[in-house]
Design a protein around this ligand. Structure first.
Ligand SMILES: Nc1nc2c(c(=O)[nH]1)N[C@H]1C(S)=C(S)[C@@H](COP(=O)(O)OP(=O)(O)OC[C@H]3O[C@@H](n4cnc5c(N)ncnc54)[C@H](O)[C@@H]3O)O[C@H]1N2
Ligand code: MOO
Length: 415
């Protein structure tokens, strides 16, 4: 009997990330088109935040030394006005939120905190704090401070900072090109007619749309037939892509040609077979010279297997190739609501629903990896260690949501 060695899961993740090289290609885009793109050069502050001393409250701008006095309001200052210092003894300004604070005052008293205000005379409390409600030039960020580091992902908060700096164009990594391919003579496309002996190709839809959710562009190329020569030719036509993701044809059957067909196209295998359920036949590799360092991920054909391994293996690798710093899945902690069993001797990926701090295992963890709808009934996975055979109700679990964010530092995902 053929006995195959399966690589330790953690080692497989480590090796895949180690071999994933970040793209070097960049482009300049308008910030309105920059959402989810990865910054390719540190962005420095070029306008102090705030760019002038200003008031945080509607109130009175006074000298700290005038605490407890009654002062005459010399001038009312509105946001957008520029005012030269002009106070004489026992005078102050009335000032609006965001308005520039002249250099002859150092403290703002909110209007509701003064003792009295009548006929342009205001009485200031005796005990005030010097500098209160005064926002100083550059106190948030000063010119040349690093605002964003290379490798950070642009989100709506990033865009607010760009706009506050007058930055309208930004250098980002060019989007990597990803080819998504299915395999198998049994497959029909959903727009074709499938007989009872045939099945509809759902993996390509699931993968291209998951990639879209995660901010990647991909192209669905088609189905590779179960034939070695045709597989070799088909793969040969993918040399222009940065990444190729296939599903199916990667296990040990007589019609599983992916490993050999990629090898014949120059693939250097990183690993083929990982000690994980589902996903054991998974293969990764790089085609260096012939395909200009194309990263290849061959996922098993079972739809559930393909998708959970997209979450667990593929997305972190893609984040790295895209130039991002954030490659490790963020986890949330959730209380397990129902006992479930797992087989020992391998890492298990368990599907469930994470909601309001609780984890509900899908179908008591009794489902097959050929199933499709269980994915839709779940929104998260739990990864268990090879020696864990039972997870009790009430246990706190580390959960990876399908929609999780990604972190720069490695997270502990095991339970
Ligand atoms: N002797 C062994 N047999 C198998 C092993 C093993 O270790 N030894 N591993 C099993 C595991 S685990 C998995 S997972 C499967 C994966 O096999 P393949 O990657 O070769 O996938 P296929 O056989 O091509 O397909 C499996 C299953 O999925 C269906 N499929 C494939 N592509 C699609 C698609 N695009 N859309 C929908 N469904 C798809 C296909 O029809 C099969 O039913 O191997 C085990 N065998
Ligand atoms: O990877 Mo397979 O889905 O474990 O059956």
């Amino acid at each position: 009997m053929l006995k195959k060695e399966f690589l330790d899961f953690e080692l497989a993740v480590e090796k895949s990330l180690e071999n994933a090289k970040a793209t070097k290609f960049t482009e300049i885009v308008n910030i309105e088109d920059a959402l989810n793109r990865i910054i390719s050069k540190d962005v420095l502050c070029r306008k102090n935040l705030p760019s002038f001393n200003n008031s945080a409250m509607d109130g009175f701008a006074v000298k700290f030394l005038d605490a407890g006095k009654s002062l005459k309001v010399k001038k009312i200052i509105f946001a957008g006005e520029k005012v030269e210092p002009c106070l004489e003894e026992n005078e102050c300004y009335k000032i609006m939120t965001g308005a520039q604070v002249p250099s002859d005052v150092d403290t703002i008293i909110p209007i509701e905190d003064v003792i009295s205000y009548k006929d342009e005379i205001v009485t200031i409390p005796e005990y005030i704090k010097k500098g209160s409600s005064l926002r100083l030039k550059g106190e948030e960020k000063a010119i040349n401070d690093v605002l964003f580091k290379k490798g950070e992902t642009i989100n709506s908060s990033t865009l607010a900072v760009f706009a506050s700096q007058g930055i309208t164009k930004i250098e980002v990594y060019k989007k990597i090109s990803i080819a998504v391919v299915s395999t198998g003579n049994e497959l029909k496309e959903p727009w074709e007619e499938a007989s009872e002996d045939e099945i509809y190709n759902c993996n390509s839809y699931a993968i291209t749309t998951l990639l879209e959710e995660k901010g990647f562009d991909s192209t669905y190329i088609g189905v590779i037939p179960d034939n070695l020569e045709q597989s070799i030719d088909f793969i040969n036509s993918l040399s222009c892509y940065d990444v190729v993701i296939t599903t199916g044809g990667i296990s040990m059957g007589d019609a599983d040609f992916m490993a050999e067909a990629f090898r014949q196209n120059g693939l250097k295998t990183i690993f083929h077979g990982v000690n994980i359920k589902p996903g054991r036949p998974i293969m990764m590799g790089v085609i260096e010279k012939e395909f200009n360092n194309c990263f290849v991920m061959c996922l098993p054909g079972n739809p559930l297997t393909a998708m959970v391994n997209m979450h667990l293996f593929a997305i972190p690798v893609l984040n790295k190739i895209q130039g991002g710093n954030s490659i490790y899945q963020d986890i949330c902690l959730a209380v397990n609501k129902e006992d479930f069993k797992t087989k020992t001797g391998r890492v298990n990926i368990v599907l469930g629903t994470a909601k309001s701090g609780e984890f509900n295992v899908t179908k008591k963890n009794k489902y097959g990896s050929g199933m499709i709808t269980v994915l839709n009934e779940s929104n998260a996975i739990v990864v268990t260690k090879p020696d864990k055979d039972f997870t009790a109700q009430g246990e706190f679990l580390r959960v990876i949501r399908f929609g999780c964010s990604y972190l720069e530092t490695k997270t502990e995902i095991f339970n």
